[in-house]
Design a protein around this ligand. Structure first.
Ligand SMILES: CC(C)(COP(=O)(O)OP(=O)(O)OC[C@H]1O[C@@H](n2cnc3c(N)ncnc32)[C@H](O)[C@@H]1OP(=O)(O)O)[C@@H](O)C(=O)NCCC(=O)NCCS
Length: 169
């Protein structure tokens, strides 16, 4: 576990290249969860969408992208580079996002996760997210197969903040 603090930076379309590099470094190409760079740029341009990049010593290590609409917030994508995993990067991003939800009066943060993505499901569950639904055959894999998406949600007041890093810029 490194002691170096993380800094979190909110980005818009100007950060599309960084966000795309992080996204592609987080999701293998054959998982059905990976978006193309132009898709990510299009989404970043949409109203209510914002990106967040986590850096350690100015090196981008993880990202999140969310969309605020009405009184909800959707976590569109979250990823951490393989070499930086299990060092609290995603935990810091999530804590910041739940803070944004609170300040913008979003009543919940929800997301879809591939049913067999054990790491992500464990991560969300550990922070207070609960399963609220399932979308059959939501992800198409490179081999032509399909996987269900599990929908999970957490209200700001139910969030279990396990973040020990309080040194965000
Ligand atoms: C899921 C993911 C974002 C977690 O990022 P991370 O920065 O490694 O997570 P953190 O270090 O903040 O972990 C916080 C806690 O989540 C849980 N967790 C994280 N990864 C886990 C894993 N592989 N197995 C079990 N629990 C895990 C643990 O409780 C962990 O706390 P601990 O390390 O003190 O035990 C990362 O594995 C990833 O980028 N995966 C590929 C992309 C992806 O699946 N994104 C989510 C799609 S919805």
């Amino acid at each position: 576990m490194t002691a170096e603090p993380l800094s979190l930076h909110q980005i818009g379309i100007e950060g599309a290249d960084v966000l795309t590099a992080l996204h592609h470094g987080s999701f293998p190409p054959d998982t059905g969860e990976r978006w193309g760079g132009s898709e990510l740029s299009e989404v970043l341009r949409m109203p209510g969408v914002l990106g967040l990049v986590a850096c350690r010593l100015d090196e981008p290590l993880g990202y999140a992208m969310v969309r605020f609409a009405a009184d909800e917030c959707e976590l569109l994508s979250l990823g951490v580079l393989v070499q930086a995993r299990r060092t609290g990067v995603a935990r810091s991003l999530l804590a910041h996002l739940l803070g944004l939800c609170k300040s913008r009066a979003a009543r919940q943060l929800f997301l879809e996760v591939r049913e067999d993505n054990e790491a992500a499901r464990a991560f969300y569950k550990d922070h207070g997210f609960k399963q609220i639904g399932r979308r059959p055959r939501y992800y198409q894999l490179a081999d032509g197969g399909f996987r269900d998406a599990v929908t999970m949600a957490c209200a700001p007041d139910e969030f279990k903040n396990r973040n020990k890093n309080k040194h965000h810029r």
